[in-house]
Design a binder for this molecule. Structure first.
Ligand SMILES: NC(=O)c1ccc[n+]([C@@H]2O[C@H](COP(=O)([O-])OP(=O)(O)OC[C@H]3O[C@@H](n4cnc5c(N)ncnc54)[C@H](OP(=O)(O)O)[C@@H]3O)[C@@H](O)[C@H]2O)c1
Length: 244
């Protein structure tokens, strides 16, 4: 798909990885809807940064743990910027929990935000773009297919997101491509430092975190290439090879 002049919706686009994705799209000439939950100030900054690239950009608030908010978000973006032909599902929760101690609240948070919201947005997207063209990129995690011990509901939600990717890719073909980026360590969680990040990455074949340009190149590749659909691109420095 020729990206220039398209409209994209990026959930969780205000800061961190989401902001990287928004700005990559803006640099490619894509008008961007920056969704945020609580980070209004960061969303405003991201919108301003995106506009420097000469595209239209606007911020949209929605609590994506609430089902009606997802469909409403898509409608608001459509009315303000036109029908998005690119949907990037990045907003997510990442809270520890194992079988014995995962609360219903923890379970619902991950399943509703990380999986149900992408489903509802994909549904709204599919209805709006019809036969296409259109692109969905779901941001998942290499842990989804090589589960560890500490993030039960998160891992299950991200595994479900891969299945959603596969099933939507089949159903929405040939006009709409649906792919996933399974990220390794890009940034440490907000409450952790660089030393934590170094400990995580030292066991991976690459031995380092994934760079912003590597994330954004992968996103743009998936958006531009119409032959790739149902793909899960592991952008993790080989983490999935050693942690399996
Ligand atoms: N960081 C990494 O190295 C890494 C590694 C593997 C996979 N990933 C994946 O990459 C994506 C982005 O990661 P990140 O580290 O940048 O995420 P993050 O810092 O944890 O940010 C979470 C995002 O989700 C949004 N969000 C949280 N609760 C929400 C709610 N109730 N309603 C709507 N939005 C909500 C936040 O928006 P507000 O702040 O506006 O509330 C924020 O933009 C996620 O899907 C994550 O699983 C990241």
């Amino acid at each position: 798909m020729d990206l220039h002049g398209q409209v994209a919706l990026v959930t969780g686009g205000a800061h961190r990885v989401g902001r990287m994705l928004v700005l990559a799209l803006a640099r490619a000439g894509v008008h961007v809807a920056v969704h945020y939950g609580r980070s209004a100030e960061a969303a405003r900054e991201t919108v301003a940064l995106a506009r420097r690239h000469g595209v239209r950009a606007a911020a949209f608030q929605a609590d994506l743990t609430q089902a009606p908010a997802a469909a409403a978000l898509f409608r608001q973006v459509q009315e303000a910027l036109g029908t998005p032909r690119i949907l990037v599902n990045s907003a997510a929760a990442f809270v520890p929990g194992q079988v014995r101690d995962t609360t219903l609240e923890n379970w619902d948070l991950h399943l509703n935000l990380n999986l149900r919201a992408p489903f509802l947005l994909t549904q709204a997207f599919a209805r709006a773009v019809g036969a296409g063209p259109g692109k969905v990129v779901n941001i998942t995690d290499w842990r989804a297919v090589y589960p560890g011990q500490k993030y039960l509901a998160y891992t299950i939600s991200k595994a479900g997101l891969i299945t959603l990717t596969h099933m939507a890719a089949r159903e929405l073909a040939p006009g709409v491509q649906v792919n996933a980026l399974a990220l390794g360590v890009v940034l440490p969680p907000p409450d952790r430092d660089a030393a934590y990040l170094q400990r995580l990455v030292q066991r991976t074949p690459a031995g380092r975190a994934i760079r912003e340009d590597e994330v954004t190149d992968a996103l743009l590749f998936l958006l531009r290439n119409d032959a790739v659909t149902g793909e899960v691109l592991f952008l993790d420095g080989g983490a999935h090879l050693v942690h399996g």
